[in-house]
Write a protein that binds this ligand. Structure first.
Ligand code: MTE
Ligand code: QUE
Ligand code: MOS
Length: 760
């Protein structure tokens, strides 16, 4: 089976929000937003905007019939600012015009006056001033204070990781039109159709059943459309309702980058204690998360950071504190890994610095501490079917790590201005929404009288291939030609109360729901088949490649005839099923529980070559052994791993989100924000599937794949760092990502006093 979307994609036939055929009378929106980071709105005069040719209206908070509130976890976010603006890019109004250019011209004609208030951009400063989004959270295991006494080495440090722009190919957008009886239909590029529905209903002051949200597919989401697609959708709904006209709002790329949140940057302090043997005894860490102006998903992201404090290692004494800090930037939001990568970067940094102090290779410490079967995580869950050691050892032996290290040493001895480095990066990622109630999904399956099948679920296709997986599952369940199956759009009228397609759970949750719905129909069909064949026992009926078998013997009955017979017998050919992940829970008071259905494991070897004259580098190769379970679709899973890795490398190396002193984003275009392109991506990415690892907790024994591979990219940071240290052995190690070529160059040639190592 090929990806059925591939042909449409390359021909430009696939439909995104901006491609939907539009009805007569369509109007276009343009967002007018704050140019200052914090202040009071003293004047808002849009009379000149209304004089611009084609401008129909300017919609503000005053036009909201319901609540001016779009906050998800915490109710702290307005659709439009009323008295105060909290970040550069804070929406104030929506200008509506006959076309996009006129709407933009209208926005430029708005006169807005501000009185500036002090602004905070740094999370530590926010914390000192008491600006936290939620009270600090602590996860702990054992007793760190007692444990320090047992350590031969104690190493402390500070780690910084930067933000990251999602840069999905399709920008944020929405299209809404009024429907009969005061209703509204919204076509939105969202990962969370129910959030769009719920929030639109709240802002419009109407019941949810009057709002229908439909999603065809997204040109990428990566978490950026989980919470932050909602505002634009609600704006179109509000304007459509007020003006009784269809409205489209597509953010221009630059506005998309300016107005929306990014991956959270973190600033963290760690203290790690080890035995001479390399065993980690104790680990203490404080994470300062830069949340931005509103909560958005920050508390859930911070929680996932805490869950991944110790990455793939067992550490008996841990104390991790997470602080979500409120700053005057656009609210940072979900991004592949959801806070996990930030935690793992600190863990690996701590190991790296400890290795330097101890005079050993970081992999020596990594290997000594890998999780084993039954080991306890700081949140109380114990590992089951743990593959940490297996993946690490398999990648080491498959690629003969000692030979790689030897040839790198030789290269470094014989080259003065080029240096190579290698790093190993193990990953352990927990699968499930850690907010337990979100682990549910439902599916609606219809079999039509011609034998064709339509599947509706909560899953949103955003390039990750979830539709192909569901397609495969449905065809396999009925044992019919895949051509008979269609995955329908994600629609709140067909499938209600959906969780976002996120947490890498899309295929798991919706796959199970699809299996269950197909199972209900199959059971009915087997009874019909037994009747038709005048046989006693429906349980002996089987469908194989559209042919009906009884007790292992082929019969005359085929799929299409069976469906027709069921219809004539007035047997329902539709079914709805709901799936909820069993046996998971988490007690937020105690910070203990079993929040994850299972964990995903793997290890990567990352190699880099550094040009020590220019500070530029290439990531030469990434070699991975990864536990996919029994992959539902190997080619899609491999693509997810490759894409995740390149995105992870980008976060660690070239992608740098920068603001000026006034909180204005400097990197708001591809000329100033550098993402990995095809030339920068590693020439050699090798993804190996760990063998014989059926996952009892995934549909058809598969495992989730969307996010975990992102974190292999962290290895790139340390591979480059190793190359740098081979050029300048006593270089001060700054644990700050992204490790851009500029930063590399400054480190290689700076005249900082040589590092004095802290050693007990
Ligand atoms: N792959 C593509 N091509 N585009 C995306 O937007 N999002 C990632 C990942 N892979 C994404 C992607 C993120 S953040 C998640 S949570 C998962 O896909 C969601 O899909 P799944 O749950 O079906 O794996
Ligand atoms: C992973 C995730 C999410 C998560 C927890 C995870 C996620 C998400 C939420 C969430 C939590 C509380 C809410 C809500 C959403 O939690 O994507 O609306 O009230 O949205 O471990 O990916
Ligand atoms: Mo993914 S960050 O959970 O959308």
């Amino acid at each position: 089976m090929k990806n059925f979307d591939a042909i449409k994609h390359v021909r430009g036939e696939s439909q995104f929000v901006d491609d939907i055929l539009v009805p007569q009378g369509l109007l276009y929106g343009y967002v007018f937003y704050s140019t200052i980071a914090h202040g009071k709105i003293k004047k808002l005069d849009y009379s000149n905007a209304l004089k611009i040719d084609g401008v129909i209206d300017v919609i503000t908070a005053k036009d909201i019939p319901g609540e001016n509130q779009i906050g998800g976890i915490i109710q702290d976010e307005n659709l439009f600012a009323e008295e105060t603006v909290h970040f550069v890019g804070h929406p104030i109004a929506l200008v509506v015009a006959e076309n996009q250019l006129q709407a933009h011209a209208g926005a430029r004609a708005i006169e807005c006056g501000f009185e500036k208030l002090p602004a905070i951009f740094d999370p530590r400063e926010a914390f000192e001033k008491g600006e936290v989004i939620v009270p600090p959270r602590i996860f702990s295991l054992g007793d760190v204070n007692k444990a320090w006494k047992e350590c031969d080495y104690i190493v402390e440090g500070k780690v910084e990781s930067g933000g990251q722009e999602h840069l999905y190919l399709e920008v944020q957008g929405s299209f809404a039109y009024p429907t009969e009886g005061n209703g509204i239909k919204i076509i939105s590029a969202t990962q969370n159709p129910t959030a769009v529905q719920r929030t639109s209903a709240r802002v419009l002051g109407i019941p949810m059943h009057k709002v229908e949200v439909d999603v065809v597919r997204l040109g990428g989401g990566f978490g950026g459309k989980e919470d932050q697609a909602t505002a634009w959708a609600v704006m179109t709904a509000l304007a459509a309702k007020k003006l009784n006209r269809p409205i489209k709002l597509i953010l221009p790329r630059q506005e998309d980058i300016r107005l929306t949140g990014k991956r959270h940057s973190y600033s963290s302090d760690f203290k790690i204690g080890l035995k001479s043997s390399g065993k980690i005894i104790s680990y203490e860490v404080t994470f300062y998360q830069n949340g931005g102006a509103a909560a958005d998903l920050s508390p859930a992201i911070l929680e996932r950071t805490l869950f991944h404090t110790t990455n793939s290692y067992y550490i008996p004494n841990v104390r991790a504190t997470g602080i979500s800090c409120r700053t005057n930037l656009p609210s940072n939001t979900a991004f592949r890994g959801f806070g996990g990568p930030q935690a793992m970067f600190v863990m690996e940094s701590a190991i790296y610095k400890a290795a330097q102090v101890m005079g050993v290779d970081p992999s020596f410490i990594q290997k000594k501490n890998l999780l084993k079967e039954g080991d306890e995580f700081p949140y109380g869950q114990k590992t089951k079917n743990c593959r940490a050691v297996r993946c690490y050892e398999e990648v080491e032996s498959r690629y003969r790590i000692s030979e790689i290290k030897k040839s790198i040493d030789e290269f470094n001895q014989t080259n003065r201005l080029y240096k190579k480095g290698v790093a190993l990066m193990p990953v352990c990622f927990g699968i499930s929404f850690t907010t337990t109630f979100l682990n549910q999904a439902s599916a609606l399956v219809h079999v039509y009288t011609d034998g064709s099948v339509s599947i509706s679920t909560a899953a949103v296709e955003m390039g990750q291939g979830v539709n192909m997986k569901l397609h495969h599952i449905a065809a396999k369940m009925f044992s019919i030609d895949p051509k008979r199956v269609k995955i329908d759009t994600t629609n709140t009228s067909r499938v209600a109360n959906t969780s976002p397609t996120a947490a890498s759970k899309g295929a798991d949750l919706n796959g199970y729901a699809t299996i269950d719905a197909c199972e209900i129909i199959l059971k009915r069909l087997k009874k019909v088949a037994a009747d038709e064949l005048k046989k006693e026992d429906p349980s002996k009926i089987e469908i194989k490649n559209e042919i009906i078998f009884y007790d292992g013997n082929k019969t005359e009955l085929i799929w299409q005839k069976l469906i027709n017979a069921a219809y004539l017998k007035r047997v329902s050919l539709s079914a709805q099923a709901h799936h909820a992940t069993p046996n998971i829970y988490f007690d937020r008071e105690k910070s203990k529980g079993e929040p994850f259905a299972y964990h995903v494991y793997g290890t990567a070897i990352v190699e880099a070559t550094l040009d020590c004259l220019r500070g530029t580098y290439t990531i030469d190769s990434v070699k991975v052994v990864h536990d996919f379970g029994e992959s539902l679709f190997p080619i899609i899973d491999k693509g997810q791993a490759e894409g995740g890795i390149v995105q992870g490398i980008g976060w660690m190396t070239c992608e740098e989100v920068m603001h000026d002193k006034e909180g204005k984003l400097l990197t708001d275009a591809l000329s100033t924000y550098k993402v990995p392109d095809i030339h920068f991506a590693p020439k050699d990415i090798q993804i190996n599937f760990l063998e014989d690892v059926p996952n009892p907790y995934g549909p058809f024994k598969s495992k989730a794949i969307g996010e975990p591979p992102f974190m292999y990219g962290i290895g790139a940071f340390f591979a480059i760092m190793n190359a740098m240290r081979s050029f300048r052995p006593k270089m001060e190690i700054e644990l700050k990502a992204p490790l851009t070529p500029e930063r590399v160059l400054l480190s290689l040639y700076s005249e900082i006093p040589e590092l004095t190592l802290q050693n007990k």
